[in-house]
Design a protein around this ligand. Structure first.
Ligand SMILES: [Zn+2]
Length: 234
């Protein structure tokens, strides 16, 4: 898709693991392990990374192979964003490896000037430490954000190019419904993640209700957020 085709009529789904988007939807697709190994990219908004859960299923050898594919894809200019990558404290046995992999992705995002797609589960203070140690040079998206406003404020203070996206959690978390009202509106995105039966239109409707905005106003806002998020047009 050419950039000219972006407009505020379209829905922006900032994070999905399910390929294929409709004509009205701009989807940022997270490449699967199979996509990475075959170095197959079909979407102009594809992200490449090693998910923090994957070390549970794959060994170091496979991780090294994925790293080579990710580098090849970045070198070939086929990648829009780096990730998803991150820290998930519900998987404590992989914490060191997750941190090491996160650092690797962060350096790639800086080197290739790509947005970084961040998976954060109960690891807010880990990210604050990382940002303090090495100032990010590109926008970061905290996808499926479930943290509180204190974390949002601390992150934005250290790295003003942080964004936060919301999906199914708007339905099942009061914390998320409270936080989305407080976050600066130019930092908000919406997503369907791995949810097969969740339509991005429905996520917009849920967010409209919380933000007290009508649908055209929210579409205009998220479109502008997307333009701002892409480092290439900064
Ligand atoms: Zn995801």
């Amino acid at each position: 898709m050419h950039k000219d085709e972006l407009n505020s009529e379209r829905y922006f789904n900032i994070h999905t693991h399910l390929p294929g988007s409709t004509h009205q939807e701009v989807s940022v697709y997270i490449l699967s392990q199979d996509d990475l190994i075959s170095e197959r990219v079909n979407s102009p908004y594809s992200c490449a990374g090693i998910h923090p859960w994957w070390p549970e299923d794959i060994d170091n050898n496979q991780i090294e192979k994925l790293k080579i594919s990710i580098l090849n894809l970045l070198e070939a200019g086929k990648i829009w964003g780096v990730g998803e990558t991150g820290i998930d404290r519900l998987y404590p046995e992989y914490l060191d490896l997750q941190k090491e992999l996160f650092q690797w992705h962060l350096e790639l995002a800086n080197k290739y000037q790509k947005p970084l797609i961040v998976h954060n589960v109960r690891a807010g203070s880990d990210f604050l430490e990382i940002i303090k140690a090495e100032k990010p040079q590109t926008p970061w998206l905290f996808h499926d954000f479930r943290g509180n406003m204190e974390l949002v404020d601390s992150l934005l203070k250290l790295h003003e190019d942080c964004y936060f996206s919301f999906g199914i959690s708007l339905d099942n978390s009061q914390t998320v419904r409270d936080v989305i009202k407080e976050i600066p509106i130019d930092r908000i995105f919406l997503e369907t993640d791995v949810q097969k039966h969740l339509d991005i239109h429905d996520v917009y409707i849920r967010a409209c209700k919380e933000l007290k905005l009508d649908l055209p106003a929210l579409k205009e806002q998220i479109y502008n957020n997307f333009l701002r998020f892409e480092p290439s047009i900064h």
